[in-house]
Design a protein around this ligand. Structure first.
Ligand SMILES: [Fe+2]
Length: 194
């Protein structure tokens, strides 16, 4: 099945004598995927990433309106994005609409709150994590969470994300309402190779 194609791609990375891969190499992997990678595969791949700020400066773009989603690479099977967050910026409470997601913290302190489904269609928080630079966290298909930059004013946060397959329409939730929203994310900056 398709997974073997994916494994081959990841093996070719792990077989290389250098155990580290650059952001440019990660982008190349995303563009050359032949199948949707699993959560564990993306996590392993992120664990080999060596991120230097000079390599990702071009994607390190913020907006005061909301957190900025800057596209690094995209194929039919996965997308790689750099998200840049001013203090106080946050996602809605959401799932991933059928994709898996992996996040690596590049700068700052990421707060991730996990939610579970409660009676009546609401959600309730059951755990909160704080992730520092270098931390990698994954969200499986059914997971519901919220990502936040809760650092004090003036403290920015930068995170690298891989979604497989690329995000389409997500579901959003609330602890106070049973209403499930539909949410489609755009890119602040994006396009192959920019
Ligand atoms: Fe998410």
């Amino acid at each position: 099945m398709q997974v073997s194609d994916t494994n081959r791609i990841f093996e070719s990375v792990s077989d290389s004598s250098a155990s580290e891969i650059s952001l440019a190499e990660a982008a190349e992997i995303v563009c050359n995927l032949k199948a949707v990678p699993t959560l564990d595969e993306v996590k392993e791949w992120f664990s080999k990433l060596l991120l230097r700020q000079r390599d990702y400066d071009r994607y390190r773009l913020f907006t005061d309106r909301k957190y900025a989603r800057n596209l690094v690479a995209r194929s039919s099977f996965a997308e790689l994005l750099m998200l840049c967050w001013r203090s106080g910026q946050r996602t809605p409470i959401h799932d991933h609409g059928g994709s898996v997601g992996v996040v690596m913290v590049c700068e700052g302190l990421l707060t991730e709150t996990m939610f579970e489904h409660a009676p009546g269609g609401r959600v309730r928080p059951y755990n909160t994590y704080r992730w520092g630079p270098g931390a990698i966290t994954g969200a499986d298909v059914p997971d519901v969470h919220q990502l936040l930059n809760l650092q004090p004013a003036g403290r920015d946060m930068v995170t690298l994300h891989c979604y497989a397959p690329p995000l389409s329409v997500l579901n959003t939730y609330s602890p106070r309402s049973s209403r499930v929203g539909r949410w489609r994310e755009g890119y602040f900056t994006g396009g192959a190779g920019i």
